[in-house]
Design a protein around this ligand. Structure first.
Ligand code: AMP
Ligand code: MG
Length: 404
């Protein structure tokens, strides 16, 4: 049986990015840029006022503090008159500085008056240096500058920058489409009332939400019963995306038909079972054709096992396929707040409450009834990793953790 690290290697070796596609800059948020972005403008495009006030020449100061107002320039206008000694232009934030002016005094530090139709302004301050309250042209970027490089993760701030440099569309690495298929005769959709012997399909919605959070595009394939023909049909549909996630049907029960149905669909098994708790029955395979390879995960049926396998294997695959440089979420060591008993030859990923206390991470394993118990997990925000082997952990012992 493979270790978690070996299984991870097998998955990541087969996870590839697709060729780039063009999307709107807003839709590119959360994706990886696939081209260098060059600015077509200086920013700001002109020397610009940083405050509402009056543009003047500092050579008038400190002697001349009452100035004749020439005109008013608001953002979007272009000044028409040159500021000379004894004059000023009323100017609003963002507007271009008129020729001749070399500073802007804030309106709050002035008093204006109009007499005989002539407007003047008196300054309450003479403490103005040349350049005060002016942002010079091209301070933040110059035309032809490369402002973003291929490989950069686009966040909202980058979307704003793309707009500033004239890019409404950009080339990105498209995230993988991830089909989700729950299997099991006992399953009914969340909106239905289960009859005797039935339960609701938790894994379908759980996995779709995990896929979306991990940056993939979830495709819902619903529920397939434990019948080879029905499984085969849905698997065929699921192979239209780059990744197919099935849940259930990969253990050793009489109706665990998923591995055989995948083999019949041409999906080659890479591994079945991993040295791991919960999540040991995990199945992984690959369908390779001329265009690309599709990754197929048969996740265990119990919801918490599915979640742990997703975090350990599927999330990193989606990250790599999306072109992200951070493939694995950051792992940190934390100190246990209570004793914990670890038994058996498989490492255990135990739902826990991770808290930050004075810069140190503490780890409280939750009261948990095993891999079918989703309800207790609402308290958890991480997994604590207890290595294989029999060991009694004490409060204060350090363990490795994964955030959820
Ligand atoms: P299996 O791996 O199919 O034997 O399923 C293992 C356990 O997980 C069984 O108790 C199933 O009823 C349960 N299970 C399987 N699929 C789901 C699902 N989609 N939602 C909730 N529980 C499930
Ligand atoms: Mg089943």
């Amino acid at each position: 049986m493979l270790s978690v690290a070996e299984a991870n290697d097998c998955v990541l070796r087969r996870a590839e990015t697709r060729s780039s596609s063009r999307v709107s800059a807003v839709d590119a948020c959360g994706l990886i840029l696939a081209e260098d972005i060059t600015s077509d403008v200086d920013s700001p495009p002109h020397d610009k006022a940083m405050v509402d006030g009056y543009a003047l020449t500092t050579s008038d100061l400190p002697h001349t503090t009452t100035l004749r107002v020439l005109e008013e320039v608001t953002a979007g206008d272009v000044p028409t008159l040159t500021v000379v000694s004894g004059t000023a232009t009323r100017i609003m934030t963002g507007a271009p500085i008129p020729a001749g002016a070399d500073a802007v005094v804030m309106v709050e530090q002035t008093r204006s008056m109009t007499r005989d139709n002539i407007e003047s302004v008196t300054l309450d301050t003479v403490a103005l240096h040349a350049g005060a309250n002016i942002l010079p042209r091209a301070t933040s970027l110059r035309r032809h500058d490369v402002v973003l490089s291929a490989g950069h993760l686009i966040r909202p701030i980058e979307v704003g920058l793309l707009a500033e440099v004239g890019r409404a569309e950009v080339a990105v690495l498209p995230p993988p489409r991830v089909a989700v298929l729950a299997t099991g005769n006992e399953l009914v959709p969340a909106a239905d009332v289960p009859a005797a012997g039935q339960i609701r399909n938790s894994n379908g919605p759980l996995l779709q939400a995990l896929v979306a959070r991990a940056g993939g595009i979830p495709l819902d394939l619903g529920i397939a019963p434990d019948r080879s023909d029905a499984l085969g049909e849905r698997i065929e549909a699921g192979l239209s995306g780059e990744v197919l996630l099935l849940s259930g049907g990969v253990s050793a029960g009489v109706l665990d038909l998923v591995p055989a149905a995948l083999a019949a669909a041409g999906v080659q098994q890479v591994f079945h079972k991993v040295q791991l708790k919960p999540g040991k029955p995990l199945w992984f395979g690959c369908l390779i054709d001329e265009s690309c390879s599709r990754l197929v995960f048969g996740l265990p049926g119990n919801p918490v096992s599915s979640l742990v396998c997703f975090e350990l294997f599927v999330r990193p695959a989606i990250a790599k396929m999306s072109g992200r440089s951070e493939i694995h979420p950051p792992r940190r060591e934390g100190a246990l707040t209570r004793a914990h008993v670890q038994r058996g030859n498989r490492p255990t990923y135990f739902p826990s409450i991770l808290s930050e206390q004075a810069g140190n991470l503490t780890v409280e394993p939750i009261d948990w009834q095993g891999s079918a118990d989703q309800r207790s997990l609402v308290a958890a925000n991480g997994l604590a990793m207890f290595p294989a082997g029999d060991h009694d952990f004490s409060p204060g012992d350090l363990v490795s953790t994964i955030p959820l």
